[in-house]
Design a protein around this ligand. Structure first.
Ligand SMILES: Cc1cc2nc3c(=O)[nH]c(=O)nc-3n(C[C@H](O)[C@H](O)[C@H](O)COP(=O)(O)OP(=O)(O)OC[C@H]3O[C@@H](n4cnc5c(N)ncnc54)[C@H](O)[C@@H]3O)c2cc1C
Length: 436
């Protein structure tokens, strides 16, 4: 089943072809049934297959047709809206307390290197560039935030560096910002190509991936789990990983009500003239600044600027974004001017109220996580790998993830409808100066 918005993306137009898959018919058995063929599900399948376990992935659409094939492809080893020290301090004792919070922070600190190492190990063809991720500060006060972030991540051994105004201009090619910081282990990749490559490698190692196969129920059958599909197929497995993230629906009661699927719009310009391309991001592969109304940019290998943004009101989005984001590009990169955009698409980011990732054991042997909060390329890759370890017998307490019971958000249905209005609040906050 083809989602037209997914098929409108630049990534869809430029990714190597997907491995051949088909819908599940009949019944298959597995060690682990995985629902969702994004980074989480496929990284999990790859690690399981490498360890000799039978992994079966069920995907309702195509490989990568959730967030994994639609995102900006920035490989970012940080959180978006929670500071590492705050996360450590606020990890509840029943989830492992400060020690477990620290393990999660370390996982994130190492997550970009983990992802690029995986890509290199398997020779994945996905335009991966590990040339650093930069976060410029959009007000003078946010430079202090950058200082705090550098101090916090440096304590965890991350390859971070504080940059003054001229340093930021040197790496971004823009005088728009006031300073900022950089993590040299970050970078960018072609997100759909990466997802398809995860699938290709996992399948080459023995994992089975079924597309057009929507899972409709997870139930107990004897000592195993039975994951049934809409078309009458089923996987019988010892364990289940629900890797549906912001695209969670009613498959597991309550899971979708723990996370807000917030629309993020992505756009790719026409290929820019070579001299203009060379002036953009000369010292980093990817850039997302300190604004809540996030300004983010990266180049594609053929010199398109891939950017985007959010909207409070979604109507007529493509026309409005061409103007709004076009003017933003011209403000940040005057040499580009207001560009023509060849591609506009969108996808759902999994946002949690406390800005933390939430990992769950939904029932004995059934795992899930949600809450990338816009930083999931590297984090989902790591989460999938650690879920594979759990499926292979590592006790959950030994994973670097705080596990918590499902906590459905009160008023979630209304919150989901008005989630895009949070952007108006973010824009207001962006105009206020930061007070440490
Ligand atoms: C527009 C956008 C831009 C982003 N930019 C960045 C970025 O630059 N950097 C970054 O780090 N993060 C970014 N993110 C976040 C990142 O893309 C996600 O965190 C990550 O892709 C999540 O991967 P996942 O495998 O957990 O979920 P997904 O990739 O969303 O996969 C979930 C899959 O489950 C499938 N599914 C759902 N229900 C069922 C069912 N019942 N049966 C079968 N299949 C089902 C869906 O079809 C989907 O394919 C962005 C996200 C979006 C949407």
């Amino acid at each position: 089943m083809n989602d037209p918005v997914f098929a409108q993306s630049f990534w869809y137009a430029s990714a190597p072809v997907a491995p051949v898959t088909q819908a599940l018919e009949g019944e298959v058995t597995a060690d682990v049934a995985i629902v969702g063929a994004g980074y989480t599900g496929l990284s999990c399948a790859l690690y399981l297959a490498e360890a000799g376990a039978r992994a079966v992935v069920l995907e309702s659409g195509e490989i990568g047709s959730g967030a994994s094939g639609r995102n900006n492809g920035q490989v970012i080893p940080t959180f978006s809206r929670i500071e590492p020290d705050a996360l450590v301090a606020s990890t509840p004792a029943e989830q492992g307390g400060r020690a477990k919070g620290e393990e999660l922070v370390q996982l994130v600190a190492d997550s970009a290197t983990f992802t690029f190492d995986l890509i290199r190990k398997h020779g994945m063809d996905c335009d991966a560039v590990q040339r650093g991720w930069v976060q410029p500060a959009h007000t003078p006060g946010r430079v202090q935030l950058a200082e705090q972030r550098v101090a916090a991540w440096a304590r965890r051994g991350a390859a971070v560096e504080l940059l003054d105004r001229s340093g930021i201009e040197r790496v971004t090619g823009s005088r728009f910002w006031h300073g900022g910081w950089m993590n040299r282990s970050g970078g960018c990749l072609q997100p759909l190509a990466y997802c398809r490559e995860l699938a290709r490698v996992a399948m080459a190692k023995g994992a089975l991936v079924f597309t057009g196969s929507r899972a409709t129920s997870v139930s107990r059958q004897g000592t195993r789990w039975r994951v049934s599909t809409a078309a009458g197929g089923a996987v019988l497995a010892e364990r289940v990983v629900i890797a549906t993230h912001a695209y969670s629906n009613g498959l597991w009661p309550g899971l979708a009500r723990t996370v807000f699927p917030v629309n993020s719009y992505q756009m790719a310009t026409v290929p820019l003239p070579e001299d203009v391309q060379r002036s953009l991001l000369p010292g980093a592969a990817a850039c997302s600044d300190t604004q809540g109304d996030l300004h983010f940019f990266r180049l594609s290998p053929e010199g398109r600027l891939v950017t985007g943004g959010g909207l409070v009101f979604q109507a007529d989005y493509a026309r409005r974004l061409r103007r709004r984001i076009g003017e933003r590009v011209a403000r940040v990169f005057p040499r580009v001017g207001i560009p023509d955009f060849d591609f506009v698409w969108h996808g759902a980011v999994g946002v949690t109220l406390d800005s933390r990732p939430h990992a769950h054991e939904l029932a004995p042997g059934v795992l899930a996580w949600v809450g990338c909060n816009g930083r999931g390329v590297a984090l989902a890759t790591c989460a999938g790998a650690h879920f594979a370890r759990a499926c292979l017998g590592t006790p959950l307490a030994q994973l670097p993830l705080p596990f918590s019971p499902l906590a459905q958000v009160v008023g979630h249905a209304i919150g989901k409808r008005i989630a895009s209005f949070a952007l108006a609040l973010f824009r207001w906050r962006d105009k206020q100066e930061y007070r440490p």
